[in-house]
Design a protein around this ligand. Sequence first.
Ligand code: OAD
Length: 233
Amino acid sequence: MKKIVVLTGAGMSAESGISTFRDAGGLWDKYPVEDVATPEGYRRNPQLVTDFYNARRMQLLTVEPNEGHRLVAALEERYEVTVVTQNVDNLHERAGSTHVIHLHGELTKVTSSLEPNNPQYIRELSPEEYEVHLGDCAEDGSQLRPYIVWFGEEVPAIEVAADHVMQADALIIIGTSLNVYPAAGLIQFTKSDAQIYLIDPAEVRVPYGLPVHVIKKGASQGMRELVALLDGE
Ligand code: OAD
C-alpha cells in the first residue's frame, strides 16, 4: 500500500474538546445552522455570525491536537498521505500533517464577501487578529467574512480531493456522520480494490453500500487499532 487518503469530520477533533455538529448537545443544537452557516443567515444577522466564528477562532487557542491527529500525521512516515477534512480547525496541521485539504474552509482565514474563493482576497489571520469586526474590510473593500464554506455554497476543493481519492490504495474515514455532500460522496471515487476503513464510535450509514472495515471506536483508540492492523499487513 502506498497512498492513503484520510477523510475526517468533527468527531476527529471531539477528543480535543471541540463540539461535533449533529450529536446530542452538538453545535447545531445550540446555534441553528441556518443562522450561522448559510449566506442568508450572514445577510440577516452579520453580527451574530461574526461573533460565532470569532468564538470558534478563540477556542482554537485553547485546544490541542489529540492522539488521533498525531497518529494520522505519523502515517506520513510510511505512506503518501492526503488528509481531506471537513473541519475548519487547524489541528491536523498542528499535529504535523503536511498535506491537508480543507473542504469547508479554515477558521484562521478570512476573505472577501463579494468573491470568497478568489485567492487574491483570502488571508490568514494572526492570533491577535482572531476577533474580526464588522467594518473590517478585505482588499477589495468588501466586508471581511470568514473563509468558511456555508451551506448552499460551492465546495471548490472537492475536485482535487476526488482526484486524491481516485488514486488512493486506502481511504480512512474518521469522525464524520457522512450526512453532508459533496464530502460524503467522495467515497464513491475509491478504486475498486481500495481498502476503506471507518472509525467512529457510532453507527454510520455508508453511502453506495460500499464494503467498509468498521472500527467502532473514538478517533484516538480507533487510530491505534488501525495502525496495528496496517502494521500486520
Ligand atoms: P457530525 O457532527 O455530523 O458528525 C460527527 C461524527 O463524529 C458522528 O458520526 C459521531 O458519532 C462522531 N464522533 C463523536 N465523537 C467521536 C470521537 N471521539 N471520535 C471519532 N468520532 C466521533 O460532523 P461532520 O460529519 O463533520 O459543515 O459534519 C459535516 C459538516 O456538517 C461539517 O463540516 C459542518 C457541518 O454542518 C459546515 O459547517 C459547512
